[in-house]
Structure formats: structure tokens, C-alpha cells
Design a protein around this ligand. Sequence first.
Ligand code: F0G
Length: 460
Amino acid sequence: MALHKRSWAEPFKIKMVELLKMTTPAQRQKAIKDAGYNTFLLKSEDVYIDLLTDSGTSAMSDQQWSGLMLGDEAYAGSKNFYNLERAVKKYYGYTYLIPTHQGRGAENILSQVMIKKGDIVPGNMYFTTTRLHQELAGGTFVDVIIDEAHDSENLFPFKGNVDLNKVEALIKKYGAKKIPYICVAVTVNLAGGQPVSMENLKQLRLLTNKHNIKIMLDMTRIAENAYFIQQHEKGYAKKSIAAIVKEICSYTDGATFSGKKDALVNIGGFLAVNDKHIYEEASNLVVVYEGLHTYGGLAGRDMEAMAIGIAESVQDEHMKARIGQVKYLGDKMLETGIPIVLPVGGHGIFIDAKRFLPHIKQEQFPAQVLAAELYVDSGVRTMERGIVSAGRNAKTGDHYYPKLELVRLTIPRRVYTQAHMDVIAESVEHVYENRKKIKGLKMIYEPKYLRFFQARFQKL
Ligand code: F0G
């Protein structure tokens, strides 16, 4: 019989393993109660499969580990800085590099350098830390993502796209001078890891050039975005991920980057720009918050591992297996009718908690309680991405009520196997079967900034 099916598989083998502690449901009940029903407050050793985030949780390659041994721990001008600078130029094309300890360090510097009080900063959906830094710098974030992004059932393949009409309307209303830059995230995390198309970026570049507005990329998951362009956008099927990544950057003026995602490192990030003046201002500010401009809060060894990780992240085989694994889990969930965000995005599966738990009102935190229930069922740790993550409007004090109330099952890169994916899907199915018994939560402690990290809850 002829073999027609060809499965994807990882382009690596496993050299070292980390043993995990197995727990009982009773132990997990106690652990989540002690953690105030917030998965961020669980101890990692009490977690079996950790899908809290894909940030800093990747497995590094043997090449990256050997790179750690090549750390040049000089205070200034470390060899590893120049290796990283070369990698950023080669793969992304940006002229000036400022390393930072992670993505939000770069967001802080960029926001402080470019945003003045009263400015408007459009973006394709908010990200928690990005928006907060824009607000702390005196700006107001305005969402300009296409409407499709807010609909978890819409199948449009580029739900991360910027709505150019919304941008034009903002320019008309406030004037281009009030808009220091547009922040474009590739892919869009809170929309479910949804990509932006190249055509959309090209059109945005034309529009912003007309008004002299800069485009700053949040390029945290750019290689994943490039994979979707390769698979779904006309004219890109034969282009490499590396070529697509570089083309994306070519339509922008600079970027903030969390190396903890695509670049396969446990810590690291940077700000990269083409404008010398912005670079000079930023490299002056970085010494206040992060460290000298040739290390920015990182050890030399961290910069070396990130330089190597950037090269590995744009390999076609790597990305095919990465997204292939995420899609495998998504397909399993669809088989059992679990309501998830479609199309399946780059870094995880997002369960639609509003459809999973329609009997729980948004102000009783359906996604937060669903994450807690999944943990109790199987020791799988996930994250709320709904009303808790959205926070409050600083002016009115009200909750933001995001349309999307999601639980994110984020897949670390090169860490878990297909059997782990099966266990996860079975656990979600089990909780789904018993969903009617689940009740909402009450918030009993709320921190002022980025409350989702440390808020505590009680069962209603
Ligand atoms: N931008 C995006 C799109 C992100 O997803 C993150 C981090 C950041 C910026 C900030 O980078 O963590 O290195 O300071 N996202 C993590 C997550 C925390 O779990 O999604 P950072």
C-alpha cells in the first residue's frame, strides 16, 4: 500500500531531560487555593505541563549552550555584543542595536524617547506591558486592529492586520504630529497569535510615509508571523522564513524585541532602530535603566545565546515543526468541539472562555477560573488572557471589558512531545464535559499595575 501521509516531526533529538513531579488532584486543589486561583502564583514544581507562557521557556540547543561558555563578561564592548549586533543586522536589517534585559526594557526606553504627554499611539491590539509603558510615558494607546481580530470564530488568515481606515481616522482627528509612531505587533499575542500580512505592512508603510509617521515593530514572534505569510500569502510560498522576516523589517523604522520567544533564550531582548538620533537618545537612557549600551542588563553569555538563537529561529524546518505542534493540539481540541480561537495562531491555543463557560459573567472572571480548573484536573498550567489581563482604564477606574475572554495554552519551543499534547487535549475535554459545575470567582486582592500577575481570587 502506498504511503500518502507524511507527518511533521521535530528537526532535533533530545540530549537531556528534566524530571517532573507528579501530583494528585487533592494536592493541586490545595496548591491553587493557596495561590489565590491565580496560575502565576503557583510554584513551578507543582506543575506537570507548563503552558503558562512561551516566554523564556524554550529549550536551548547544544550550540546555544556552548555559546554560553563563550561569554565575554567585560563591562564594555563585549565580543558577544558585536556578535549580536551582526545577527540583528543580518537577519533583521536594523542599523543600531541596544540590548535590554527583556522586551519590556526596550518598550520602556522606546516609549520614553518617542512619546510626549498627550500623544496618541496606535497599535494592532494592546499588549499588557507595551501599553503600560506607552501610558507611563504620557501617551494614549488606541487599538487599530481590524474588527475580525475581536471575533474568535472569524477564519480570516491575517487577523493581526492593521485597519488602515482606523489609522487614517486617527490622523484626521488628532493630526500626524500627535502620533509619534504606530506600534505593529507580529504576531498579535492577545488576538491568539494572529499574523499580519506583508501586503498590509506595505500599505501601512505607504500611508505612514505620506504623514511622516514611524512604524515601530513589536517583533517578538516575527518568525512565526513569517511562517504564516509563507503558508498563506500569495507570492511567498517559495520564499524562506529568513527572507520573509527581513522583508517585514524593511517596511519599519525600528523594533522592540523580547528574545525570550522566537529567539529561543531564557532571558534577553533589545531595541533596534535605523534613525541615528533615536539611537543616541535611547543609548543615553539605557544606561539609567538597564546597563551600558553594549550589554543593557544582559551578561555577555546571554547575548551570545540570543545571537545563535536568532539564526536558529528563522530555519524553515524549525518553524514548520514549531507551528505544526501547535496546530496538532488545536486539531485535537476541534475534534472534541472545544471552542478555541480560529485560525490556530503561532504560539498556542486560546480557549474561548465565554463560549466554554457561558453561564459565568465576564466580571466573575470565566477565563481565570477555567485556567484554575485545568490545573486541578491535570497539572497543566495555563494563563488568563481576558478581563483580568486587560486591567482598568486609568481615567475612569472601570475594568476594560475585552471582547476576547481567553485561556491561553502557550506552547514552549522544543520542550514538550506529542504525547504531552495528547494529555493536554484529554484534560481540556474532561473539564469541558463537567463545565456546568464550574462557578465564577471574586477578586480579593488587586495590584495597581499589570494586575493579572499578582491578583488573588476566591471561589464564589
Ligand atoms: N510584546 C509581546 C507581544 C509579548 O508577548 C511580550 C511578552 C512582550 C512584548 C514583553 O516582553 O516579557 O520580554 O518583557 N509576553 C510574555 C507572554 C510575557 O507570556 O506572552 P518581555
